[in-house]
Design a binder for this molecule. Structure first.
Ligand SMILES: [Zn+2]
Length: 288
């Protein structure tokens, strides 16, 4: 059964480790992530962007697929199904479809409007026993042409959103989505520290986990990050493994064209990436 992310993140923050959010795109992704979490006895959060939700034929399809796998693969570790960077309407749709967690990305609204919309969603998700993630200070991406530092959130704005009663808070601390540019200046631990000082026990979320050096990840966890989002890294691993299979001509040998064979190296590559991240984040063995 899907669970809210509240309990697993509360434990993670107290235990100084982080739970990974791994974004899913299809059946292979979902199965690879769930099986790895079960093998490593780790809690896990499955992230679904609005675009990926559409791609998978809609949120109800996603909920049906994930719930089916939990039962038929005997997944017993805590699993949250979470909308990533949701609009207000997207959050409402996922709440109705049976997700257990949503992120409302109101970072592009003026802070007053972000607060008003977040408050409404807090009331709805609380009633349903769901978790809610809010974002303060937008997190750039290379598609926006953002290079260098990435935006840093205002710690006081973080406190005002945290005080509303959200479950977890994403704050820009120089992190960006996608691959990091060569001239990236790194995470701002000063900002992270200031945010944690003001928000106390609130689990903090680090977006754009692909390509952040391991020592920075560990330091971020020590300063209150309890959820780390990984998306691009699984995509790169899947693509490289699939390319390797085709370039080696394996799809032309025997029944190598069978999708269950063609997609197997990519599936294994996702599993390996998820394992590596769970070990780095410290969530292995933390499922009870
Ligand atoms: Zn993000």
């Amino acid at each position: 059964m899907l669970v809210s992310a509240a309990e697993m993140l509360k434990k993670a923050k107290a235990g100084k480790y982080a739970v990974g959010q791994f974004n899913i795109n299809n059946l292979e992704w979902t199965k690879a992530i769930l099986l790895t979490a079960q093998e490593l006895n780790s809690p896990v959060i499955l992230g679904v962007s609005e675009g990926a939700g559409k791609y998978m034929a809609g949120y109800k399809t996603v909920v049906g697929m994930v719930n089916g796998m939990l039962e038929e693969l005997n997944i017993t570790v805590p699993v949250a199904l979470h909308l990533d960077h949701g609009s207000y309407d997207g959050c409402m749709k996922c709440i109705e479809a049976g997700f257990s967690s949503v992120m409302f990305d109101g970072s592009h609204y003026p802070i007053e409007e972000n607060i008003a919309k977040t408050t409404e969603l807090i009331n709805i998700t609380r009633e349903k026993g769901m978790s809610l993630e809010a974002e303060v200070g937008s997190i750039g991406g290379e598609e926006d042409g953002v290079v260098g530092k990435g935006e840093c959130a205002d710690p006081n704005e973080c406190k005002s959103i945290a005080d509303l009663g959200v479950t977890m808070l994403a704050a820009g601390i120089g992190n960006i989505h996608g691959k990091y540019p060569a001239n990236w200046e790194g995470l701002s631990f000063e900002t992270l520290d200031a945010i944690q000082q003001l928000t106390g026990e609130m689990p903090l979320v680090l977006h754009g986990g692909t390509g952040i050096p391991e020592d920075m990840i560990k330091k971020a966890i020590s300063l209150g990050v309890a959820k780390i989002n990984v998306n691009t890294e699984c995509q790169l691993a899947f693509a490289a493994a699939t390319r390797g299979y085709v370039e080696a001509g394996k799809d032309l040998e025997g029944k190598g064209f069978d999708p269950r064979k063609l997609l197997a190296p990519g599936f294994d590559a996702i599993k390996a990436t998820v394992k590596e991240k769970m070990e780095l984040f410290g969530s292995v063995g933390k499922a009870c």
